[in-house]
Design a protein. Structure first.
Lengths: 518, 153
């Protein structure tokens, strides 16, 4: 009997040696005359266990990890193909607490299927959402999205259904669906995992968006830092076309929809929707003023839906299970689930999809297990480079759009980066300003110039030059950035800066402290 | 890769009919020549009915498009927050000191180019980098040094 093994081809797994492990498994099996089939799945998202090798057994899939190529002969010696015990054995994958306690809706198939197998996709519930959508009329489809309560998972949290309705009602024969896959926030990788681990769900979501709004063409704008995702998405599009899921007559419905993959070129600001549209049009990624909204005047001047990967990848399950099913998860105005990404200096880093409402402390301490370094957690940055730094004192904050806003933070795209007690918060604040200076598109003066002035102010503070005056200046400058910038780059850079200053004031008077100590 | 106007024109002609063709063309040119040769700018401008200044503006806006060819081995280290939290800045310093170049620099002998990355999406396997085109996570000083030695041969 041929044994089936799973070794992820996800970038995160490849970066820690999954390719060598897959080769060693194939070579060792061949040398021992054992027939194995190695499936290159997406990652389960348990990154501290990557490379995570799974074995299919009659009792379900069993996990071994983190496996190094050198461990492979020992695994065979231990009889791992039959679930033999080994120091790397983690038991049934689904019973690993990090995975078991999740609610995987958007990530239902990631890590389970062969990402480029349409047969797997169908067998695991894929295309049921599209089938239901094809039986509905467009206004009912839009209403389904409105009712689901889904809010944009890219960071802004705008209701997806309302965006779709605006485009559906906009006049014009040509409309576009643009998928924002420019996932630039440090600490985030959920878009990458979807594109590498379940690309068809994104294509299905975009197709439904096209049907609902009357768009026949979609673009996926993927950042160039994700070459594996680009490759997987390109193959998935080709396979979907061959299977009649994209093209002039999708699933024999008479409706047309096709998708083009485009690659960014290393500009963080292109994750902002209007800069992304400019970039897709072949221009510098300069932010546009709104209005007009992209929904009215978007790509090439046509009505355009711009949605994040996770938003679009959540569409199929909403259509499959119904808006009510999805809306029943979560709390307040944050409905459904959020794929949260635990990153940085954390013991158990990875993808944790759960209903809104879990607290920051549960995520960092209970799920994530605290720092990887074993030192105390000092700060966590939530929501990427433009998100606030939270101290342990705010760990009771529930993961929810409004709760984070109420504490001068944001959940953004759901990334949580953990820092231990060695972090220098003045340096982190300076980095936020420096990053803004480097990545600013240059359209708004507060962002373009204010960020550079911010670096200078923080450098003077570091040097102990009139510290109180510098603190007043940086606060004032942050107000200018916040209210004088068109987009979130300039507008939100104050979040990391001011939160660092507010919650970690002791780091902002280093020279004074040194003088006091002397 | 040396400049070849015929080859560049063929690349441009193959892609110019796409909507918003500028970035696809520039990516293809850079894949062929290792950078965006100055000579390519007027050809792109002509094909897309843009001014040279507009094309130059696009080339210079994006970090990916390089004016000069890179060194034989490119070391790309993530310097963003998740990697900072696990020691990425020290790794950056290690490489800078070893080769006497800063981020964005190439050694005088053309062997090594050092580039920063601001997130590779490997934030749960930090610190991360790309050495000679291969992704690496959970880097430390020792492994990074060994990987660079191996890449340099």
């Amino acid at each position: 009997m041929t044994a089936t093994l799973y070794v992820p081809a996800d970038s995160g797994a490849l970066a820690v040696g999954a390719e060598r492990v897959a080769q060693a498994l194939a070579a060792t099996a061949a040398a021992r005359g054992i027939e194995v089939q190695i499936v290159r799945n997406g990652s389960r998202g348990l990154y501290w266990l990557e490379p995570l090798v799974e074995v299919a057994t009659p009792q379900g899939r069993l996990a071994y990890g983190p496996v190094k190529a050198g461990d492979v002969p020992g695994l065979f010696d231990a009889g791992f193909l039959d679930g033999g015990s080994h120091p790397l054995a983690r038991g049934p994958t689904d019973a690993i607490p990090f995975l078991k306690s999740q609610t995987r809706l958007t990530f239902a198939r990631v890590g389970i299927t062969d990402p480029l197998s349409l047969a797997d996709y169908r067998a695991q519930g894929g295309l049921r959402g599209l089938a239901r959508a094809l039986a509905m009329d467009p206004p009912a489809m839009v209403e389904e999205m409105v009712q689901s309560g889904l809010r944009g998972r890219g960071g802004a949290g705008f209701p997806t259904g309302i965006k779709w309705r605006t485009v559906a009602e906009a006049a014009g024969a040509t409309k576009y669906i643009v998928c924002n896959a420019d996932e630039g926030d440090s600490g985030t990788f959920s878009d990458r995992m979807i594109m590498e681990g379940d690309p068809f769900v994104l294509l299905e979501g975009m197709t439904i968006a096209g049907l609902a709004t009357g768009a026949a063409q979609g673009f996926v704008y993927i950042r160039s830092e994700y070459p594996h995702a680009v490759r997987t998405m390109e193959r998935a599009v080709a396979l979907a076309r061959e299977a009649g899921l994209l093209g002039a007559n999708i699933e024999g419905s008479g409706h047309a929809f096709d998708i083009t993959i485009r690659v960014g070129a290393g500009a963080y600001v292109c994750g902002e929707e209007t800069a992304l549209l400019e970039s897709l049009e072949g221009k510098r990624g300069m932010v546009r003023a709104k209005p007009p909204l992209p929904a009215h005047h978007g790509l090439f001047g046509k009505p355009t839906v711009v949605n994040n990967v996770i938003s679009l990848a959540t569409v199929p399950i909403i259509f499959d299970r119904g808006a009510g099913f999805y809306r029943d998860f979560g709390l307040g105005r944050s409905r459904g689930t959020m794929p949260i990404q635990l990153a940085g200096n954390i013991r158990r880093g990875g993808l944790y999809e759960t209903a809104f409402g879990i607290t920051l402390g549960e995520l960092v301490e209970d799920i994530g297990g605290g720092t990887a370094s074993g030192r105390p957690v000092r700060a966590v940055q939530v929501g990427g480079p433009l998100g606030a730094y939270f101290p342990a004192g705010l760990f009771d904050t529930p993961f929810d759009y409004e709760a984070f806003t109420a504490r001068d933070g944001l959940i953004g795209h759901g990334g949580i980066v953990v820092f231990d007690d060695r972090v220098d918060m003045l340096a982190q604040a300076r980095f936020a300003m420096e990053f803004c200076a480097v990545e600013s598109c240059g359209k708004c003066t507060p962002c373009r110039i204010g960020s550079t002035r911010g670096v200078e102010v923080l450098d003077r503070l570091r040097a102990g030059v009139a510290p109180d005056a510098q603190v007043a200046l940086i606060e004032d400058l942050c107000q200018t950035l916040k209210f004088g910038s068109l987009c979130a780059l300039g507008g939100f850079t104050p979040y990391p800066v001011l939160s660092a200053l507010r919650h970690f004031p002791e780091d902002f008077h280093p020279a004074a402290d040194a003088a006091a100590a002397a | 890769m040396t400049w070849d106007a015929g080859r560049a024109q063929a690349i441009i002609d193959g892609l110019k009919h796409q909507d918003g063709a500028t970035l696809p063309i520039l990516h293809a040119l850079q894949a062929r020549f290792g950078h965006i040769p100055q000579e390519a700018v007027p050809l792109v401008a002509e094909a897309l009915n843009l001014s040279r200044a507009e094309v130059h503006g696009v080339v210079s806006f994006y970090h990916d498009f390089k004016a000069k060819p890179p060194g034989r081995v490119t070391i790309r280290l993530c310097q963003a927050e998740a990697c900072q939290s696990t020691g990425a800045l020290d790794l950056g310093e290690l490489v800078r000191d070893r080769f006497g170049i800063g981020f964005g620099g190439t050694t005088a002998d053309g062997r090594v180019t050092l580039e920063p990355a601001y997130c590779l999406g490997l934030c749960a396997c930090a610190p991360a980098g790309v050495i000679a085109g291969e992704l690496h996570g959970r880097l430390d000083a020792e492994e990074l040094t060994a990987l660079i030695d191996e890449a340099l041969g």
